[in-house]
Design a protein around this ligand. Sequence first.
Ligand code: ATP
Length: 308
Amino acid sequence: LAQLYGPLNMLGYIYRSVNQSLVDTEKLLKLLSQPTEVNDKPGAPDLLVEDGEIEFQNVTFSYDGRSTALNGVSFKVPKRSSVALVGESGSGKSTILRLLYRFYDLKEGEGRILIDGKDIRDVTQASLRRAIGVVPQDPVLFNSSIGYNIGYGKFGASSEEIEAAAQAAQMHERIVTFPDGYETKVGERGIRLSGGEKQRVAIARTLLKNPPILLLDEATSALDTSTEKDIQKALQLLVEGRSSLSIAHRLSTIASADLILVLKDGQIVEQGSHTELLAKNGLFASMWADQVSATEDAASVKRDVVTG
Ligand code: ATP
């Protein structure tokens, strides 16, 4: 998902540049609403989400017309269930999320992506994106107050709603330690937040947005145990009752996913629950064994340092 926000990162860059000439956030919002390379069909209706069921039907995709990023990918995210994507770097996890968010449209013969049975190419991009909440690995924060950054999830959110979302995202206790509480400026010209804190701001923002569908990209960098626990707790609340697709880098965090899809070279090579996949003794089981031994090595190094 690092590149799901490719275009947004670019806008972030533009924002930072224009920000230096003191242009305010309103301008950024206008920039963000500029059409990207995907265009709506004339007269396309808005997407109406009832169940939030997602389906990929035989999706094949290439960024450059030469190498294949996805090759015949088919799966379903049944309504209100959680599906996790795992696989080595470059296996196609982020591409799945980018296509669902319509950063690119599939062409004839490249398969279809449906939400509640509706092809996402046939509805407006704006309505699609309203229905989807995204929690990226490294959320972009506006150079504004922490309250604004959370409230951005819902137009006209009251301060009570903002605080309730921050509570649910395990961020309130931290915010009240800031010099001006919810009015404290964050971002480049204010308090700098850690990766884990930024992710909790994004979770609070998404809780306020209250979308039926969620795309999540778990942080790759190791977080300390208490931050990790806070994030897991916040994510659990967020995921409940919604259809979600998450990219998992640390396999331990997806044991509770309803379905795990294992990707390799743009194809789904295994799928099932955590227990089913371990029993298969295939790619997932070997990735799991690698991570467990890496964690044990790290723990024994730590023990040696402490005791040695
Ligand atoms: P990671 O865990 O490193 O984020 P990933 O599983 O999410 O990897 P993708 O980003 O979906 O993998 O990439 C799938 C394939 O598509 C890779 O071969 C990658 O090099 C290629 N790819 C990704 N983004 C682009 C792009 N913007 N232009 C060209 N090729 C790309």
